[in-house]
Design a protein around this ligand. Sequence first.
Ligand code: C2E
Ligand code: MG
Ligand code: MG
Length: 754
Amino acid sequence: MGASRKTAGTKLANAILFPVVGLVMLAIAFSVVLIAYTSQSADIAALNSERNLLRGGAKLQLDLLAKEQEGTAVWDQAFFYTRPNSLNRAWIDTNIGRWMLANHGHDQTVIVGVDGEPVYDFNRGNEHDPALAKPMLEEIKPLIARVRARFINSFRRLPSGLFVVERPRTGFTRSINETGFTLKDGRPAFVSVTAISPELKQFLAERQPPAVLVSIKQLDPVRLAALAERSGTRDLRVSHDRPAEEIAASLALSDPRGRTIGYLTWQSENPGAQILAGVSPMLFFLATTIAGLTGLVLFYTRQNTRRLAESEARAQHAALHDSLTGLANRDFFAARFRDELSDWHSGKGLVGVIYIDLDHFKDINDTLGHAAGDEVIREAARRLRVLAPDNATLARISGDEFALLLPGAADRSRIEAVLKRMQDRFSVPMYVAGNHLHISLSVGAAIAPHDSLSMGELLRKADIALYSAKSAGRGRWAFFDASMEEHVRTRENLAHGLREAIRNNRLDLVYQPQTTIDGAKVLSVEALLRWTDPEMGPVSPAVFVPIAEETGLIYDLGLYVLRRACRDAAAWPHLGVAVNVSPTQFRHPRFIDDVRNTLAESGFEPTRLEIEVTETVFADDDSGILDTLTRVQELGVRVALDDFGIGYSSLSYLRRFPFDTLKIDRSFIADLDVAPHAHAILSTIIDLGEALGMKVVAEGIETSQQAAILQRTNCDRLQGYFLCRPVPPSEVPAAERRLAAGDPAPRPSISLSA
Ligand code: C2E
Ligand code: MG
Ligand code: MG
């Protein structure tokens, strides 16, 4: 059971913990992904802006190139000297080719004539055959074509019929130009194509295509550095080949025909990666810390859950087990029993329920102390546990009472065999607190389905059987049978009748004299209760007093007797009155008050009253008993120990409490006729009483011989049928007179005595 609870507890913890841990991990992973994603996005955004800056920088360079061309291309002389009719290469060479190189460092300058053919080529510091420029011009043909078309398109016809060129008024130049990239000597270069146009308004008779100025600037390191500076990029390079995939920071350069002619590559700032590099250690630290903390929480929670589960299991065990013996307790037993009965069918055999009681356990507790009592219980539990079959449930249900549930018994003899083994085992004495103790078992058994299939009924019947085994003399077992129930029913009827009798005042008191040792003088009378039921006839107090005790009627009964006795005894003020008080009545918290009040109400002299208690008042170790006894004596009332010498082996209370009177049980007197040592025993008891300063009363004197023997002892008083039977109060004076006259006891005046 412990294990299953433990796993249940752990499962519960896991059910809560794992999702939490999972969530934490997920949150960490999500954060990492988010940060990585953000940094990547930042990188991409940065790259895009770097690329745009670079594009802008390149555009500026190209615009600059166009601007450098403008001073030459928009010039009336240039317009004139590049016309087919007035073409002047020498002029061009000096004023355009060389001038451009000298002033602007243009690497190549080509003039394309009005007819689209190159007319001048200045390259690497020298003039060349214009035809050499053709391949290059072929490459940038789209630029040239666009410039020429735009130029033609810029003619405006005047009302006079003449044409005039209208150059752009807005933008960075006044010229018609197109720029781009082209390959020069295998490397990317800036190229700008500008239409050569008149500077001042020239009125032309017709639209004419332009000559165009083509200028090329190599993308050399100096220009590259300028570009880098302008665009704010680091480590800018030109490469002819496509850069490797992982170099994201690149910009493809296309020629006017849209063909990629090279790449610009640079070192991107990668701000995201930088941030990532910056936060990574922190992130790592955070993640490990959180993971560590989560681990710790996990560890401690599991630890605590385990502890909790263990303590729960312990509590569960404690709730279902008896702490002294470790056996099942009443609740657990009941649960097992209920289970066993709930699915009982004939195939499961008989179910025996057995009550086991240790005989005279209270004596052990009282004489040897509670520790020894506990040890006896533990040893008894050990013995029973060994003998109980595996499928049986053994429980301790109260002080010295055990219960055994025996399921699956084939027949009654199997159950008997178990009971026999138990009693055999208990015939071996226990060694406890230095004593060899012989402890016998009283056992009562009921069997399902014979006796019942209801748990309550079976328990009740096992209890009845136990009761029967005990009243049959202990140390034996009894199986429930219907006649026992009859007995119980009788008891219930008696209880009912008694209740009625109390209510209807149908109880009487008789009085039995206690005389001096010579039997002549009555010193006191003992009040004895009499009940005659209309249906059952006379019932002995030996029968109904215990029932009154069990049913709680004893208190009213006792008070009734006390009041009646005080009232009756008013008629014989010279006699003492002894009243029997049962242990339950005696232990009642109001007992002392009731005695005091009764005495006060009736004006009864307390010293005349003697209450008789039996040794059984000491059966339950209760320090309150001695206290009550003392308080009774403090009222002036005397206390007698009734029925001394039977049933209770300890004499310790005799030393602890100064009884006024010791009443020797009548069995000792009866023994005088049969037992050889009875005389010696009797003398010993009388001497003991004397030694302790008590008056000694011998009761149950039935014969003159017995009286004669007692007269030779130190006994103080006699009581018995030989002297006088109990008589109704009205007959007490007559009995007194008769005894004084020395008459032998008459025939019983009342036939109801015990
Ligand atoms: P007990 O206190 O020991 O009373 C003496 C019993 O012995 C009485 O029986 C009495 O009738 C009987 N007896 C007297 N002389 C002889 C004799 O020579 N031979 C024999 N065989 N018996 C004799 P009873 O009246 O039946 O009472 C039985 C017990 O019931 C009493 O024993 C007492 O313990 C209890 N009892 C009686 N009346 C009361 C009462 O009012 N209150 C309480 N609590 N218990 C009572
Ligand atoms: Mg008595
Ligand atoms: Mg007695």
